[in-house]
Design a protein around this ligand. Sequence first.
Ligand SMILES: Nc1nc2c(ncn2[C@@H]2O[C@H](COP(=O)(O)OP(=O)(O)OP(=O)(O)O)[C@@H](O)[C@H]2O)c(=O)[nH]1
Ligand SMILES: [Mg+2]
Length: 317
Amino acid sequence: MKGTARLPNAAQAVRRGDRRALARLITAVENGDRNAEPALRALYPFTGHAQIIGITGPLGVGKSSVINELIAHLRGLGRTVAVLAVDPSSPFSGGSVLGDRIRLDRAPEDSGVFIRSMASRGHAGGVAIATRASVRLLEAAGFDIVLVETVGSGQVDVEIRDVATTSVVVLVPHLGDEVQTLKAGLFEIADVFCVNKSDLPGAERAEKHLTDLAGTGRPRNGWTARIVATSTSPPCGIDRLWEAIAAHEAFLDAGGRRSEEERRRLAKEIAGRVRDRVGERILEDPALHGLVDRVIARTLDPETAARELYAERFPPR
Ligand SMILES: Nc1nc2c(ncn2[C@@H]2O[C@H](COP(=O)(O)OP(=O)(O)OP(=O)(O)O)[C@@H](O)[C@H]2O)c(=O)[nH]1
Ligand SMILES: [Mg+2]
């Protein structure tokens, strides 16, 4: 394996396919443990080759169940799959319980599957950082496909489009009202809509409704969202769901869009990391507190205070 001899031990272990080392590094990342940094840095050159599929949607629509079926489908195609379930620390989901539930269906000896859930301890910004880092670890471990489950209703500050190469939004037939309120936002993030629980009444109408909406909306960067109906009990439509995802991945490869999208994601990530650091420095800035006094006294408004401090610290060149 190229160049592994000079890697830190933990990174070497991940490249060798050592699952315990991989799990330990993800735990370190989840806990914000800076000891993981050398391994992350060393493994970064081995990332960038996996298909990263975001599976998002409201609570309980069947995201984990769909992922469970996708794993079986993808293993049948001979692809290796890692799943990262980013759970909100909400009492509904029970954190790793769902991850465990998925795992129950798997042959534990199948080395082509790795499932991990990540609790959103700490602050929301930390989840986005930990999610990106964990996805990179899974990529460096050599998985062909990384499925990332997030709850898509604002509980977790993970913008799935900033992590995934293809974003799937899972909905259910009875989410009519929710679709109405979410629809602008949903079309911003969805490359593929999965109308799950299509065994329930109303699925056809929901599918048609979304198809109409997708048809009237402007295609984002030349791609019009696809809509696929699925159910997981019994499994139905999973092959078509994967076909729609694969079609989007193929679309990215045609005409250089994959690298454009990667550039957009990485620029946003780096800018965000810089912003975090600048924000920390500003919080410690003595000039800030003088301004806060004036804002409290209502002799200055927050926006003007921000402009003043910004102009002082970042004078125009
Ligand atoms: N009728 C029906 N029920 C389903 C289907 N898929 C999942 N369910 C049920 O829906 C419930 C929620 O499924 P999950 O897969 O845990 O949903 P989820 O979106 O991952 O849930 P959270 O992670 O808590 O947001 C479970 O009781 C499933 O058995 C389906 O296709 N049809
Ligand atoms: Mg789930």
